[in-house]
Design a protein around this ligand. Structure first.
Ligand code: HAM
Length: 414
């Protein structure tokens, strides 16, 4: 146990962290083009926030939260998602009183006690975006466009945007009744979970993974057919804007999303390959959430993109992210004096922004060379007695073998 990470968690090892940093900085870069600002919220919140925000009939709240009492008896939950904490911060800090919209992004670990499988973990990481304060379908379109930009920048082709509208509480109530009526004589055939959902949240039955339930919902009434005029107009405008933006999509009337706060637009980016966990990004609009957690009535829209799933899909498509490029210089030294001189030179180069390695394992000259190859040093600098005396040395370009002589006063030019 002592040397085993808890089930559903993984270390991001030095050999992989470069890929993570690459994805994170690409995401930051794309978000900044949309004038989004980063928000960092705590790893844990009062449990009540997620019960109210995500919804107490969702799988996340019913079965998957890491909740505990702290030493003062407060009920605390490790964040299972990033939207509710961002909303809480928006309300608590009075950001709603500033000029709107508020455009946010975050990179955060999330925690859900899930059944472990490929692409489904207990600690996973999300790249997330939220726009608060705009009810316009322009906001939905910008959110979708950020995710589309990410996939395009990564060269991903086998991915599809699926969109739907889950309506507002008014039109959803009508759909709910129609759905219940449709399922009434099929109730006995539903799985136990869906029997529980029938009264509490029948729309979630449409999303059940059980084959029996999937059969029973065939031909069920679709939310799209029940949209009120306002929700219908919003959906039409959203489609028209993303079409103008050059973003391809398919309408998938069966997208219901696993969290309760959604209204109107719901969308997912899904792998076109047959995969167990092919949904790499999910999001949508949530016009009642901010009010529900105690803020003024404020619309919102956003997405969460799973970094682990993104890496899985990149692997499936055979897309390699830029590799570790190796250090700029390895300084190879012979003797104590040379080592001191080399250390001084290394510091100068590092201050000038170069990456430099020196031996600290007591390797002999030959092994320092071997090590330089292993760490993919782009250049080597050899320092011996002569170099210390004259202050000059030669730099060898490891790719071309070309050697350049550098005198002491030329170091700044390296
Ligand atoms: P979500 O669909 O629950 O939405 O999660 C978003 C993404 O996080 C998923 O599409 C998936 O890539 C990743 N993900 C979720 N659970 C796991 C897991 N157990 N293991 C690995 N990856 C996972 C939300 O969380 C919403 N907060 C998204 C949102 C933001 N909606 C509006 N704004």
């Amino acid at each position: 146990m002592l040397t085993q990470a808890p089930k559903g968690t993984s270390d991001i090892l030095p050999a992989q962290s470069g890929k993570w940093q690459y994805l994170e900085s690409l995401f930051r870069d794309i978000c900044s083009r949309y004038a989004m600002k980063e928000i960092r919220t705590p790893m844990f919140e009062h449990t009540e926030l997620f019960v109210r925000g995500v919804g107490d009939t969702t799988d996340v709240v019913e079965k998957q939260m890491y909740s505990f009492d702290d030493l003062a008896g407060r009920n605390i939950t490790l964040k299972p998602e990033g939207t509710s904490p961002a909303v809480r911060a928006f309300v608590e800090n009075g950001i709603y009183a500033e000029t709107q919209p508020t455009k946010l992004y975050y990179i955060t670990p999330c925690f859900r006690y899930e059944k472990m499988q490929k692409g489904r973990y207990r600690q996973f990481h999300q790249l997330g975006t939220e726009i608060f304060g705009s009810a316009s379908p322009m906001a939905d379109a910008e959110i979708v466009s950020i995710a589309a930009d990410m996939f395009e920048a990564l060269g991903m082709k086998e991915i599809e945007l699926r969109i739907n509208s889950v309506g507002c509480p008014e039109c959803r109530a009508k759909h709910r009744e129609a759905l219940k009526a449709f399922l009434a004589d099929k109730f006995d055939g539903l799985c136990d979970t869906c029997k529980g959902r029938y009264n509490k949240n029948p729309m979630r039955i449409l999303d059940c993974k059980s084959k029996e339930c999937q059969k029973l919902v065939e031909g069920a009434p679709m939310m799209l057919d029940y949209l009120c005029d306002d929700c219908k107009d919003h959906f039409e405008e959203f489609k028209s804007i993303i079409t103008d933006m050059g973003i391809e999509y398919v309408v998938d009337p069966w997208i219901v999303r696993g969290l309760d706060y959604y209204t109107k637009t719901a969308f997912e980016f899904v792998s076109t390959k047959e995969m167990a966990q092919g949904t790499v990004c999910g999001g949508g609009r949530y016009d009642n959430l901010i009010e529900q957690v105690g803020g003024p009535s404020t619309p919102g829209v956003g997405f969460g993109m799973g970094i682990e799933r993104l890496l899985l899909l990149l692997g499936e498509e055979g897309i390699a992210l830029p590799e570790d490029e190796g250090v700029d210089y390895m300084i190879i030294t012979m003797g104590d004096e040379a080592r001191g001189y080399g250390a001084g030179l290394a510091r100068k180069l590092r201050r000038a922004g170069k990456s430099v390695q020196m031996d600290m394992m007591g390797r002999n000259f030959k092994n320092q060379f071997k090590y330089a190859n292993k760490i993919k040093a782009k250049n080597t600098i050899i320092i011996g007695e002569d170099e210390v005396k004259t202050g000059s040395f030669s730099v060898k370009n490891m790719a071309t073998g070309e050697q350049t002589s550098v005198s002491a006063d030329e170091i700044d030019k390296l």
